[in-house]
Design a protein around this ligand. Structure first.
Ligand SMILES: Cc1cc2nc3c(=O)[nH]c(=O)nc-3n(C[C@H](O)[C@H](O)[C@H](O)COP(=O)(O)OP(=O)(O)OC[C@H]3O[C@@H](n4cnc5c(N)ncnc54)[C@H](O)[C@@H]3O)c2cc1C
Length: 600
């Protein structure tokens, strides 16, 4: 068994050297993020993750959330107490506006902290994650009254938030939402309908729950242009801020799931007893537009779940591989009868794969988080736009790629454990099961890939995509001309991977308009290609910086040498997939579509 330890040195390296924390901390509004403060925040978060959240993860999985006969939902032992410690320590409002009690810290800092929550207890952190999304929606478009009524409590965490999008007939296709919102003539609405799969739709952490709900008004246009967004609290709020009547929104059941057992996934009934009182957010019929702005952050956070759970699975696998003695490893014939399995080359291959992918995903995500901060707070308008364009491109990659890679990493985590990986008590199986949802909620990988090829590539004829690929190319050239042979090798691999990406961008831009079905057949491989190259880009940058620090005698030499070795492994074992993926994208579409639907 292993206890989660936040990889603080690695996190600090990525934040400082790759994501540019120093520059972020100089942006207006972020000057509280001085290096010492950030170190103290990360240290405290690491303690909370290791001492409070991690020990609850396994027991929470075994006990699960339960719906009681009176309709209330009980979370596993210890979760409510942990939630209130989380709130009292101020973790809920890290990036939120100081006007509502938040701490106004950069997304970059919050991202490292968030990784620790996901790694130590993903089922627990889903509640704050969804609350962040709901806060974002109200802050972005809510009236002053909605903001004043709900934000201080939600930012503090004493009320939680949910996102109610999905209905039985409306999952990926939110245009099919049918929940009705009928205006009452006094500025309020009454909602009627059913929502399914609502994370923390009901629970026992807090007295009030604020649901953000997509619904249609009676004369709304068909499709996406007729959906509005509403705030529907579990308890109505009186003018003095105290809780009023129970609203007509109830959890009618919770789902039995493959993983994240401690997180209740609720079916919610609206308006079975006369109508659930709701308040419109922004303007009618613009709900989906608001939801999409907000979803960027939620999608990013789910990508971070991929990073966190991969790190956790990796740590558990390393601990097991050191402990488990089995046979003599090749090359160790003269030693004692048996040695730890970590000496077997194939175990090393699996651990290096887990490690390299996790480091690459983390670096890509943190660099994207820093761009979010620049897009929000950079004093120069053009720079803000440039950073936002980068963020927009990267969100489906962080979400889609990191969550897909987490499947492979948690799979390898089980494999390193051998038979014990299949047995629940080691915890490896839980990571594998818990990880399975992340490629599905907040938009499946297919939906992320549609976004990447359409809005993020074809719409501007690949302009931003080519720009980013150009940046990767420059890093590849720097590596290839480096004096060190390892760095040269990384540079050559990265150069051929980015060339494959450039050819895929060119093909995608052309084919998206000419033959959209064939373009869509290659969408997920295109997303994977982007992820692999973006990961190689950041691993290459890390190797360059590590080499520079080693040459000047700065930093921890063992850490820096391991960085270069891991980047070299990534270049040799992961980046070569890029050329194969480019081939799949440009040559594979016709055969994907070769059979008629009846032929399956
Ligand atoms: C545990 C859990 C928690 C959840 N939490 C929430 C929550 O808090 N709030 C909420 O509103 N929802 C929540 N969801 C719902 C979740 O967001 C949806 O399940 C998800 O968006 C997929 O929708 P669906 O299940 O209807 O699948 P479908 O849309 O039926 O998709 C089935 C398959 O078809 C593919 N597909 C569909 N359309 C396209 C397309 N246009 N292009 C390519 N492929 C396509 C999908 O990629 C998928 O592989 C949760 C779900 C689960 C299981």
């Amino acid at each position: 068994m292993s206890a989660y330890q936040a990889p603080l040195a690695e996190m600090q390296f990525v934040m400082n050297e790759l994501a540019g924390l120093e520059q972020i901390a100089k942006l207006p509004g972020f000057t509280d993020a001085a290096p010492d403060t950030v170190t103290a925040i990360l240290d405290e978060a690491a303690k909370f993750a290791t001492n409070v959240l991690d020990p609850l993860n396994g027991p929470g999985d075994r006990e699960g959330a339960k719906r009681l006969p009176d309709g209330s939902v009980k979370t596993p032992a210890g979760f409510k107490d942990a939630y209130w410690q989380f709130v009292k320590n101020g973790w809920n409002g890290l990036t939120k506006n100081e006007q509502y009690g938040g701490q106004g810290l950069p997304q970059l800092v919050a991202t490292a902290v968030e990784e620790m929550w996901h790694a130590s207890n993903m089922a627990f952190d889903l509640c704050p994650l969804l609350t962040q999304g709901a806060i974002e929606a109200i802050e972005l478009r809510g009236s002053d009254k909605l903001k004043a009524t709900y934000l201080p409590k939600m930012v503090e965490g004493s009320w939680t938030g949910t996102m109610n999008l999905t209905e039985p007939q409306a999952g990926s296709d939110l245009a099919a939402v049918r929940t009705r919102a009928v205006p009452q003539g006094d500025g309020t609405y009454k909602l009627f309908g059913q929502k399914i799969f609502i994370t923390y739709g009901e629970h026992d952490y807090t007295e009030n729950i604020v649901h953000l709900v997509l619904a249609r008004t009676p004369d709304a246009p068909e499709g996406v242009k007729g959906i509005s967004l509403f705030v529907v609290p579990k308890f109505l709020v009186n003018d003095d801020g105290s809780l009023g009547a129970r609203n007509d929104v109830y959890c009618v059941s919770i789902e039995h799931k493959l993983g994240i057992h401690a997180s209740p996934t609720a079916v919610m009934a609206y308006g079975d007893h006369g109508g659930a009182v709701g308040y419109v957010v922004g303007e009618e019929n613009r709900g989906l537009e608001y939801m999409f702005i907000m979803m960027n952050l939620a999608r990013f956070s789910v990508g971070m779940e991929g990073v966190g759970i991969s790190e956790r699975a990796y740590q558990r696998a390393v601990a097991h591989a050191r402990d488990r003695v089995q046979g003599k490893a090749v090359g160790f014939e003269k030693g004692p009868a048996g040695g730890p399995i970590i000496e077997h080359p194939d175990i090393r291959r699996m651990l290096m794969t887990m490690r390299a992918y996790t480091e690459a995903m983390r670096a890509v995500a943190y660099v994207t988080a820093a761009a979010m901060d620049n897009a929000k707070a950079h004093p120069d308008g053009d720079a803000r736009k440039r950073h936002q364009a980068f963020v927009d491109l990267m969100i489906p990659i962080v979400k889609g790629w990191s969550t897909e890679v987490a499947q492979d990493v948690t799979y390898l985590g089980v494999q390193v454990h051998g038979g014990m990986g299949f047995i629940e008590e080691t915890g490896a199986a839980q990571h594998y099961r818990d990880a399975r949802i992340i490629t599905i909620y907040e938009g499946t990988t297919g939906i992320q890939a549609n976004d990447l090829i359409g809005r993020k590539t074809a719409r501007d004829a690949g302009a931003v995509a080519y720009q980013v690929a150009g940046d990767v190319d420059r890093v590849a050239a720097k590596l290839a001309s480096h004096g060190d042979k390892s760095l040269q090798a990384i540079g050559l691999s990265l150069a051929s991977a980015v060339a494959a990406l450039q050819s895929a961008i060119e093909w995608m831009v052309r084919t998206f308009g000419e033959n959209p079905r064939v373009a869509h057949a290659g969408s997920v491989p295109y997303l994977q290609l982007w992820g692999i190259v973006a990961g190689g880009w950041q691993m290459g940058r890390a190797a360059l910086l590590a080499a520079q620090q080693l040459a000047s005698g700065q930093g921890d030499a063992a850490f820096l040498r391991a960085k270069i070795a891991t980047a070299r492994f990534y270049a040799g074992s992961v980046l070569p997939q890029a050329t194969g993926l480019a081939h799949t994208i440009t040559e594979g579409g016709e055969s994907v579509l070769a059979l008629t639907a009846e032929a399956f």
